[in-house]
Design a protein around this ligand. Structure first.
Ligand code: G3H
Length: 484
């Protein structure tokens, strides 16, 4: 089924099969987990019309609804959602190979995100209720919706990042058409009913299928006011290009990143190594916030490289529910081959694999390779690997390193490891202008979700987080009246 205009519609056309990422046999034998509609263009356009009609150019019931009623819908949704925890957590493990603790965390974090959004929205509304008096004008400022949102979620956080877009969009009075990513697509099914029961018809609609067959035609109609996407720049640009009135289109995009760790000579190496292990390899490095390159100072490179590589080989590979498992199979079937290409390219250009198990391929898995020394000519240096390979480059001069980082196309976050405040302070002053978050003696991450999440250059457009997303998905409007 898909969700259109408040109805769960049975799709009687072609179906796409969804297979598991994990299997319980010793070699990978995917299980058929379920099927989803391979939707066609006319159906997708029909669903779009439901969102357009519910918005009704800003005159619809949802965009004009009183704050309290919209909050009630949101509360009803999160309550229904909470009853589906076991099912969704299981699907996160089977469909995308996320470990049990990480799957549970993703679910609970999403629930919390919704409650925090409700609280922040109440605050926003209270603040808006105040009159501002400026030059004899009483201005009653309020935040209004932007219109119809096309929302596309990623496979690595199919629940949490989807909802980090959808929830603030809906909370602010927009209506939406949502298309999940190819992997992590089934776990939305248990929630369709929760959407249906909690929101008025047409406010949230869910489609399935290929981007070029359903999302592109939707963009082509010119009826989309906001493109909200977490994924890659290629898809984001291709979709924007379809829109006939580009100036009308708002963008909220979470894109690629190549977050570096910088290890200074006085860094606490025990701490830096553990943070870099988690930063580069939790969920197999399939996080936009993952550390995707490590810059280590010449003075400590031997010790760091040796200890870090040893730690990588100690990581436990297994099924997501097994105790202590860090590394799990990869949902994208072509990922091991892609990572292998990056490794081979780096080796041809002079890098070595430092860890014994690095680059070993088994079925739909490739053991993380630590590559050293990498340089700018290598693909692993230029591309966002989004998988288990850790490139390391050494440096001697911090000014040269900053110049090198300034040449990057990305600008999300950086991790900086060191102790001496006199060395750290001037570095931080520059780094905050190259990226949007500097993590001191800790790995990069998106949370806590109340902090702004964004990036410079090709890494993001607009800002997410509980607080910022409500603002990103709305516009300040006001009623002006004169004193009399
Ligand atoms: O893939 C990008 C995610 O926003 C990463 O989130 O840092 O909480 O794992 P995280």
């Amino acid at each position: 089924t898909y969700l259109d205009n408040g109805k769960l519609v049975n799709w009687d056309g072609k179906m796409d099969e969804v297979h598991s990422t994990i299997s319980t046999s010793s070699e990978y034998k995917p299980t058929l987990l379920g099927t989803v509609p391979h939707m066609d263009e006319p159906t997708a356009l029909g669903v779009l019309n439901s969102a357009v009609n519910a918005y009704d150019k800003g005159k619809g019931d949802w965009p004009t609804m009183r704050v309290k009623e919209r909050i009630d819908c949101m509360k009803s949704f999160v309550k229904h959602m909470q009853t589906k925890r076991t099912e969704v957590v299981k699907l996160l493990m089977w469909e995308i190979g996320k470990t049990l603790p990480d799957s549970e965390k993703e679910f609970d974090r999403t629930v919390q995100y919704i409650y925090d959004t409700i609280d922040d929205y109440k605050q926003l509304d209270r603040d808006s209720a105040k009159f501002e008096k400026i030059d004899g004008i009483n201005a009653h400022i309020r935040r209004g919706p932007l219109g119809v949102v096309l929302c596309l979620g990623p496979y690595n956080y199919p629940l949490n990042e989807t909802f980090a877009l959808l929830i603030p969009a809906l909370m602010m009075g927009n209506t939406a058409v949502f298309k999940p990513a190819k992997h992590g697509v089934l776990l939305l099914s248990p929630l369709l009913e929760a959407f249906q029961k909690s929101f008025p018809a047409g406010v949230i609609n869910v489609i399935y299928g290929r981007g070029r067959e359903v999302a592109a035609p939707i963009m082509k109609t010119g009826k989309i006011d906001v493109l909200a996407l977490i994924g890659n720049s290629t898809s984001a640009i291709a979709l924007q290009d379809q829109h006939p009135y580009k100036n009308r289109l708002r963008l909220i995009l979470g894109l690629e990143a190549k977050n570096p760790a910088i290890i200074l000579p006085d860094a606490d190496l025990d701490l830096a190594i553990e943070e870099c292990i988690n930063g580069s390899l939790s969920y197999n490095g399939q996080r936009c916030t993952a550390l995707k390159i490590i810059y280590v100072h010449d003075k400590i490179k031997e010790e760091f490289n040796e200890r870090f590589s040893k730690r990588v080989d100690e990581l436990k590979f297994g099924q997501p529910w097994e105790e202590g498992v860090k590394l799990t199979p990869l949902p994208e079937p072509n990922k091991p081959a892609y990572i292998k290409e990056l490794i081979d390219d780096a080796k041809e250009k002079g890098a070595k694999i430092l860890n014994k198990k690095g680059g070993t391929v088994t079925d739909n898995y490739i053991y993380p390779a630590v590559l050293y020394p990498v340089n700018e000519s290598m693909r692993v240096y230029q591309e966002e690997q989004f998988g288990p390979v850790v490139p390391i480059k050494s440096f001697n001069d911090t000014q040269e390193l900053l110049d090198e980082m300034a040449r990057s196309n990305y600008g999300q976050q950086v991790s900086l490891f060191g102790k001496n405040v006199d060395t750290l302070a001037p570095l931080i002053d520059v780094l905050v202008n190259l990226v949007c978050r500097v993590n001191l003696n800790s790995s990069c991450q998106r949370g806590p979700d109340v902090l702004p999440f964004t990036g410079r250059k090709d890494s993001a457009v607009g800002t997410l987080s509980v607080h910022d997303a409500l603002r990103s998905f709305s516009i300040r409007t006001f009623l002006a009246s004169k004193d009399n």
